[in-house]
Write a new protein. Structure first.
Length: 466
C-alpha cells in the first residue's frame, strides 16, 4: 500500500485546495480561497496565526499534500489549509485583511511584525503521490472516532488527568475519582463504563450543603475528608457507581434541592456512621499512601462595604467593551462619560445613534441586507433582523430575541423605553427624555448589544490551534 513521504517543503510551494470542504462555494483562484477561509474563520484564523508566532507549527500533525501535475515543485494542500493560510497571512497580511474586522486586522498585523523577526519559510509535510492515497486519512481525521480507528478525543476526566500529570493541579472531581479508583469497590460494569461524569461530580462539590453532608471540604484546591477512609470510600464509591451506570444524570442533580435529596437517600443506605476525624485528611494523602498532613483551613476575608456610587451616565462608567469601529467606539466612550441629567437630549440622540450604527455594522458585516435595503429599511426592522441573525447562530437566547422584537416595535412595551420612544426623543419637540428612562433603556438593550459586538469582534475564548 503506498505510503506518504515526509518532506520539508517551502511554504511558497504550497497551494490551497480550491475544493476545500470548509468552503461552501469553490473559489476561482488562490486569492479567493485564502479570503474565503479568512471570511469563514475570522478570529480563529488570527488566533492560529498568533499561536504559530508564539509556538511554531504543530509538529505532531503534518500538512498533507500531493504534487500538482504540470507544475513542478508545487503541491496542493489536502489537509492543513488553515495552517497554510495562517502562514501566508503572517508573511503577507494584505492577503486576508479585507475580510477581517478592524480589531482582528490590528492583531494580525502585530503578529506579522513579530513573525518577521523569526519567519517560518518551510514546513514538514506528508507528501502523497496520489490524492486517493491521502483521501482515507483526511476523512479519518475529520469524521470522528469511526469505532476507534479515527481520532478518539479525551473526555473531561482524561483531560484533567493529563493536565495533572504534566504539572497542573488535579481538579477536585479528579481527586475523588483517583481516591475511588484506589480505595473504592466499583462493579465491573462501572469500571468498564466510558460515561463522562467529572463535571457532574464538580456540580455536587460546588454546593456547600452537599459537601457538609458528604464530610468533604475543598481547601486550596485539595479535597479533604472529615469522615474516616472507610466511610468516605463507601459514600464516594456509591456516587461514582450511580453516575457511571447512569442511575443518576446531571438532570437528576441539577438544582441544590435535587442534590440534597439524592445525597440524603444515599447516606440512608450507608451503614457505617463513624464519628468525624480529629483533623481532616486530604484525599490525595490516602490515594497516594502518604502520611496525612494538616491542610490549613481557608481564611475568611472580611468584605469591605462599598459605598454605592450614584449612576450619572447612560452607559455605566465601569463598562468596558472592545468595539472595532472607531466612530462607534467614540460614541460608546461619550455615553460612558457624558452626564445624562444635565444633557438628556444629547444623550438620547447619541444613544439612538449608537444602537443604529451598531446594528448596521452587524448587518453590513454579515451581508444580511443589500445596500439598497439598508437605506430603505427602518431601524426597527433592522434591529429585529440583527436579533434574528444572532439567535439563528445560537448567540442569543430566544427570550432575548423576543425582548428585542418587543422593544423595537411596541410603544407600550414593559421593557422600559421602546424604540418608538427613542424616535420621539429625536423628532418630537414636545417629548422630553429623562435620565432615569435612559438608564433603564440601556440596561435592557445592553445584553443584546454586547452579544452583537462580541460577534463582530470575534471576542471568544481562544480555540486550540490545529
Amino acid at each position: 500500500m503506498p505510503q506518504a513521504k515526509i518532506q520539508t517543503l517551502p511554504v511558497s510551494s504550497l497551494l490551497l485546495d480550491l475544493r476545500n470542504a470548509r468552503l461552501p462555494d469553490e473559489p476561482a483562484n488562490q486569492l479567493e480561497a485564502a479570503r474565503a477561509l479568512a471570511r469563514q474563520q475570522k478570529g480563529k484564523l488570527v488566533r492560529l496565526a498568533e499561536h504559530i508566532v508564539a509556538n511554531g507549527t504543530d509538529p505532531s500533525t503534518l500538512v498533507a499534500v500531493v504534487p500538482i501535475r504540470g507544475r513542478r515543485n508545487f503541491y496542493k494542500v489536502l489537509e492543513g489549509n488553515r495552517r497554510v493560510v495562517a502562514l501566508q497571512a503572517l508573511e503577507t497580511p494584505d492577503l486576508v485583511t479585507p475580510e477581517l474586522t478592524a480589531a482582528l486586522r490590528r492583531r494580525l498585523l502585530a503578529a506579522a511584525a513579530r513573525f518577521a523577526d523569526r519567519p517560518i519559510a518551510e514546513i514538514a509535510c506528508a507528501v502523497f503521490q496520489d490524492e486517493d492515497d491521502a483521501h482515507r486519512w483526511v476523512m479519518l481525521r475529520h469524521l470522528g472516532e469511526n469505532g476507534g480507528i479515527g481520532l478518539v478525543g479525551w473526555d473531561s476526566a482524561e483531560q484533567d488527568r493529563y493536565a495533572a500529570r504534566h504539572g497542573a493541579a488535579r481538579r477536585p472531581a479528579g481527586q475523588v475519582l483517583d481516591f475511588v479508583t484506589v480505595h473504592g469497590d466499583l462493579s465491573p460494569a462501572a469500571l468498564e463504563s466510558s460515561r463522562g461524569i467529572i463535571t457532574t461530580i464538580e456540580r455536587l462539590l460546588r454546593t456547600p450543603a452537599v459537601r457538609t453532608k458528604l464530610g468533604l471540604e475543598v481547601r486550596d484546591g485539595r479535597v479533604v475528608a472529615s469522615f474516616n477512609s472507610t466511610r468516605t470510600a463507601a459514600i464516594l464509591t456509591r456516587i461514582v457507581e450511580d453516575l457511571k451506570l447512569g442511575r443518576i444524570t446531571v438532570g437528576n442533580v441539577y438544582t441544590k434541592a435535587d442534590q440534597l435529596q439524592y445525597v440524603d437517600g444515599l447516606l440512608s443506605q450507608i451503614d457505617d456512621e463513624s464519628p468525624t476525624l480529629d483533623r481532616p485528611v486530604a484525599l490525595r494523602d490516602w490515594t497516594e499512601g502518604r502520611e496525612p498532613v494538616d491542610v490549613p483551613a481557608p481564611r475568611r476575608r472580611r468584605r469591605r462595604k462599598r459605598r454605592a456610587v450614584p449612576r450619572t451616565t447612560v452607559i455605566p462608567a465601569e463598562t468596558e467593551w472592545e468595539i472595532s469601529n472607531s466612530r462607534i467606539a467614540e460614541i460608546f466612550r461619550e455615553l460612558r462619560t457624558l452626564e445624562a441629567a444635565p444633557f438628556p437630549n444629547a444623550c438620547s440622540v447619541l444613544f439612538r445613534t449608537f444602537i443604529e450604527l451598531s446594528v448596521d455594522a452587524l448587518l453590513e458585516e454579515e451581508r444580511v441586507l443589500t445596500d439598497r435595503e439598508m437605506r430603505e429599511e427602518k431601524l426597527a426592522r433592522r434591529l429585529r433582523l440583527a436579533a434574528d441573525f444572532l439567535h439563528a447562530r445560537g448567540e442569543i437566547a430566544e427570550s432575548l430575541k423576543r425582548a428585542i422584537h418587543a422593544v423595537s416595535s411596541d410603544p407600550r412595551s414593559v421593557l422600559g423605553v421602546s424604540l418608538p420612544t427613542f424616535n420621539l426623543y429625536v423628532h418630537n419637540p414636545y417629548v422630553f427624555p429623562k435620565s432615569a428612562d435612559l438608564f433603564i433603556a440601556w440596561d435592557e438593550v445592553a445584553p443584546f448589544l454586547r452579544k452583537l459586538w462580541v460577534h463582530l469582534d470575534d471576542d471568544v475564548n481562544p480555540a486550540q490551534a490545529a
